[in-house]
Design a protein around this ligand. Structure first.
Ligand code: LLP
Length: 434
């Protein structure tokens, strides 16, 4: 199985997730349904925290990139696990506040924060802005001056590194939509400009090279480029960088052929590169942050569907339609992302039937996965599980075709489950229509 929280019932028939029978869960909560393994989310937070403390010192705290999966209960878990968070909108900030999350541990990203966002975040005591560009620095300075405060910020820079992932989620190259490039001199310009602002405390730099990254030394190379910049800023302007945030991006296993990245090992490798570079460049080691999203929640998640129509077009193609689609699982439609699909109530049957698993939306691109192998008996009322669906599913869901969003069900302790986000009703879908 692609993840240790996926197994099969004793009689060999049913798929178990986090030790619980998925066919029973589908019956109990209906489908489509998002399942999340709370124990695994907590375990991942603890692995990250322990690795950070071991390699970067007691005070180092990983920041959960909440865009991966964001709702009130998730922020409560992050609060309980004493994680920091990365937020990207006033909506995420609002949700975190509702969960009682201490915003002084929040880093506010995005490439285009509006004046309203900036004011809202400051009003609620956001810890840090991660300023993407000079206009944001100006806007933060203006608002901080108005409020008579000194606001901590990091500057987002682009180290000029290609992480070799999907183009749409690659962000560290010089021509990226995000950040100020080091190569063009703009990173230096914005640093000098920021240091002159009276109401801003420059706390350091940030980079995020991409997401679903497996390539060996991407983070290490990014760290070295960033630390070289840190050293240059010290030499030229006497600026000692207190913090360096290396972003998120570790890849997770969606299919058997994906490698498994051991977080402890990966963080250790980054630490070696950081320490070596600091020694070589003659600088103090800044407080290091990373912002994992996917690698904390992805394999803690699964979507369950009920199979409807099975269409066979002889000599061409077979389709297995499910009762959800790109509205709840948009990653294939967007990136042609790989996934593992399992027929949860027929785990004892051979997978000898090739089909494309498709959604119910009125759009040909509404595909969950192409050329999947399923049991030949697949048909109406079967339960289909889409694995590794804890990241960028619920948080990217939509109401296209007026489909209500599915509920998020938390699983814990091998036998408990509870509703963390209620499924939408038709009334919810209509809520803002006037
Ligand atoms: N930090 C920053 C500044 C980011 O932009 C991101 C992701 C992360 C951290 C977390 O990256 P992670 O550890 O989750 O890879 N919707 C896409 C992924 C977009 C990622 C955006 N930024 C997908 O479904 O693959």
């Amino acid at each position: 199985m692609i993840c240790e929280n996926i197994s099969i019932s004793k009689d060999g028939k049913h798929l178990l997730f986090a030790g619980q029978d998925t066919v029973e869960l589908a019956k109990k909560y209906g489908t489509p349904v998002y399942l999340l393994d709370e124990d695994r989310i907590r375990k991942k937070c603890r692995i990250y925290k322990a690795a950070f403390q071991k390699h970067f010192g007691e005070k180092a705290v990983p920041l959960y990139a909440s865009k991966a999966n964001c709702f009130k209960r998730m922020y409560e878990i992050m609060r309980e696990e004493e994680m920091g968070i990365d937020v990207v909108s006033s909506g995420e900030i609002y949700t975190a506040i509702q969960a009682g999350f201490d915003l002084s541990k929040a880093y506010f990203h995005s490439n285009n924060k509006t004046d309203k966002d900036i004011s809202y975040a400051m009003e609620h005591g956001i810890g840090y802005f991660v300023a993407d560009n000079v206009e944001e620095v100006i806007a933060v300075e203006k608002e901080a001056e108005r409020r008579g405060i000194k606001q901590k910020i990091l500057l987002r820079l682009t180290p000029g590194i290609d992480p070799h992932t999907y183009e749409a989620i690659s962000t560290g190259k010089v021509d990226s939509k995000f950040g100020s490039p080091i190569e063009t001199g703009q990173a230096e310009e914005i640093t000098v400009f920021t240091l002159k602002q009276a109401h801003i405390e420059l706390m350091g730099f940030h980079c995020h090279v991409g997401s679903q990254v497996f390539e060996e030394d991407v983070f290490e190379r990014a760290a070295v480029v960033m630390l070289k910049f840190v050293a240059d800023m010290k030499e030229k302007y006497g600026f000692i960088t207190p913090e360096l945030d290396l972003g998120g991006g570790y890849g997770v296993r969606y299919v058997e052929t994906d490698p498994y990245l051991d977080i402890e090992t990966k963080v250790g490798q980054v630490a070696v590169a950081v320490k070596q570079a600091c020694k070589e460049f003659g600088i103090e080691i800044p407080k290091i942050h990373m912002e994992p999203g996917r690698s904390i929640v992805a394999d803690a998640g699964m979507v369950l569907y009920t199979v409807g129509t099975v269409k066979k077009i002889p000599g061409y193609k077979n389709y297995v339609s499910i009762d959800g689609g790109m509205t709840d699982s948009p990653r294939y439609a967007l990136y042609k992302a790989d996934y593992t699909c399992l027929l949860a109530n027929k785990m004892d049957e051979a997978n000898d039937f090739k089909a494309s698993v498709v959604g119910r939306l009125c759009e040909s691109g509404d595909i969950i996965q192409e050329d999947v192998m399923l049991p030949a008996s697949v048909g109406r009322y079967d339960t289909l599980a889409l694995c590794t669906a804890g990241a960028y599913h619920y948080s990217m869901s939509s109401n296209y075709n007026r489909l209500p969003k599915p509920p998020v069900i938390m699983l814990k302790g091998g036998n408990e489950s509870y509703v963390a986000v209620k499924g939408e009703t038709f009334e919810d879908v209509l809520r803002n229509d006037v």
